[in-house]
Design a protein around this ligand. Structure first.
Ligand code: G
Ligand code: G
Ligand code: MN
Ligand code: NA
Length: 252
């Protein structure tokens, strides 16, 4: 069976699960939400990381069905989280095609009906690749925000977004890619770029989420520059929903 054939079967059999990586307000240490990260659970119980199948899913168009399954899983988990908590948000990753077509917006709208989950509790993340066609991305972002979602640009700094690209987009947040966070408190060439990304995000009035935070030195640097949120192994690795619920109870 080809990799694509296997992935098709996985979609048919709903073999995808979601782990949650907490997003923490740096100033208070409180958990404000999480990013939903898909894993493919093979019949033998092993978990396949998204970087090993999302590209094939995107090329083949299977990503749309996978995204729909993730939306359903996130809504089920958020309903349980609501019992324990109040205003947590979950960020869902959109593929570039989802950003171009806005196809997912009615899917999310329908999934939220009769759940008690507020649209503002669903954040949408898309990498810079999703914003290459600014015209269609812009209408998706506008519509998503009309519906009450927040929209973040993901992995910022790794793609081809320019300031002029972003200026036309009414985004809520920017996630600074881990590769830039890694350079904090080192003297590598890219470390001089990180403060400029932070300044640019502030100029555009975007909330900033630092990805891949691993050390307290990075937190200190980010807090000095008023970065709002962090995500990374220093706080927690991605984890199943039940563990995330327990984490939220501990971390406020
Ligand atoms: O969890 P991990 O670090 O292995 O995720 C790697 C990358 O895979 C993430 O940064 C993200 O860009 C992508 N990814 C994770 N979950 C999803 C998802 O549900 N949909 C899409 N399109 N991409 C995802
Ligand atoms: O959306 P994105 O492709 O950026 O997903 C983040 C990925 O990076 C996740 O798959 C997660 O497992 C991984 N990750 C998150 N935090 C850390 C971290 O602090 N260190 C490292 N090495 N990887 C991380
Ligand atoms: Mn992401
Ligand atoms: Na990211």
């Amino acid at each position: 069976l080809s990799p694509l054939g296997e992935l098709q079967i996985a979609v048919r059999k709903h073999e995808f699960i979601v782990h949650y990586q907490p997003i923490v307000a740096l100033r208070t240490g409180n958990c404000v939400g999480a990013e939903a990260l898909v894993r493919w659970r093979r019949p033998d119980g092993s978990l396949v990381r998204p970087d090993l199948f999302v590209p094939l899913a995107e090329e083949s168009g299977l990503i749309a069905a996978i995204t729909d399954q993730i939306i359903a899983l996130v809504v089920l988990d958020l309903k349980k989280l609501l019992v324990a908590n109040r205003s947590l948000h979950i960020a869902i990753n959109l593929s570039p095609a989802d950003v171009r077509t806005a196809r997912v917006l009615p899917v999310i709208e329908k999934a939220l009906q009769h759940t008690g989950i507020q649209p503002r509790q669903i954040w949408l993340e898309a990498t810079e690749r999703g914003f290459v066609d600014v015209g269609s991305a812009r209408s998706t972002v506008i519509r998503a925000r009309e519906l009450g979602h927040a929209v973040a640009i993901d992995d910022f700094g790794t793609g081809y977004s320019s300031l002029s690209h972003l200026e036309g987009l009414p985004l809520d947040a920017l996630k600074i890619d881990k590769s830039f966070i890694d350079t904090i408190a080192t003297d590598s060439a890219t470390s001089s770029v990180t403060p400029h990304i932070i300044d640019m995000a502030k100029t555009l009035k975007l909330k900033i989420i630092a990805e891949g935070v691993e050390t307290q030195a990075q937190v200190d640097y980010l807090m000095e520059r008023d970065v709002d949120y962090g995500q990374g192994w220093l706080f927690a690795k991605p984890m199943p929903a039940a563990e995330f619920m327990a984490y939220c109870r501990r971390a406020g």
